[in-house]
Design a protein around this ligand. Structure first.
Ligand code: NVA
Length: 206
């Protein structure tokens, strides 16, 4: 509360990167200026805005196009579900059992999708689920704050890595995405992040 009241005397808006979302809620409740989520445990909306912008730059009209997210159903997956649904993009999240996106976020995305014609799907098969994708996205297996789970997760996620085999079953002109920082050789292969389909630096610029 004190931070909020101090910052509102100094600046026009607070852009806060936090772990626990309740910190954002507390800031927003106390501050008279806007509070923007610059990443939290549950969502990463600014990333998703930049990513939708990058996708639009590469695909044009996003309505009815298929985005496939491979990996941990984390903050980035949640925001892609919500942002994708908002712009009419079909979003399929493919995660190992136990690492699916939060059901509450999936429900929120489906409610938004009803108004835009978007299709929101969860899937488990990391190869079949990528067939025909217009864009394939991945993120780290262990997010900030989950470092202690990294070893355990490294046993679960390798089948979900974005490698050349998976890029080959997507559309021939598929767009490859990653929010960075990447762990090359884990969730994404060097040849994929550096390959001709990668728009990772356009995302980073946006
Ligand atoms: N899911 C990642 C995104 C980093 C931009 C994390 O929260 O660490």
């Amino acid at each position: 509360r004190d931070v909020a009241h101090t910052l509102e005397r100094y600046v026009e808006a607070i852009v806060a990167r936090v772990f626990d979302d309740s910190l954002l809620e507390d800031l927003a409740a106390a501050a008279s200026i806007p509070v923007i989520n610059a990443l939290s445990d549950t969502e990463h909306p600014c990333e998703a805005l930049a990513d939708v912008m990058a996708l639009g730059e590469h695909l044009g009209d996003l309505r009815g196009r298929q985005l496939v997210y491979l990996g941990d159903g984390n903050n980035v997956a949640a925001s892609l579900l919500l942002a994708g649904a908002s712009v009419g993009l079909h979003v399929r999240v493919i995660s190992p059992a136990g690492y699916e996106p939060d059901p509450g976020v999936v429900d929120r995305a489906r409610v938004i999708a009803r108004g835009t014609g978007s299709r929101i799907e969860l899937a488990a098969d990391p190869v079949v689920g990528v067939v025909g994708a217009d864009a394939v996205y991945t993120d780290v297996w262990a997010s900030m704050g989950q470092e202690a789970e990294a070893d355990e997760r490294a046993l679960v996620f390798p089948a979900y890595a974005l490698d050349a085999e998976k890029v080959a079953v997507a559309k021939p002109d598929v767009t490859v995405m990653h929010c960075l920082p990447a762990h090359r050789g884990q969730e994404i292969a060097d040849e994929v992040i550096d390959g001709p389909h990668s728009v990772v630096w356009d995302q980073a610029e946006n």
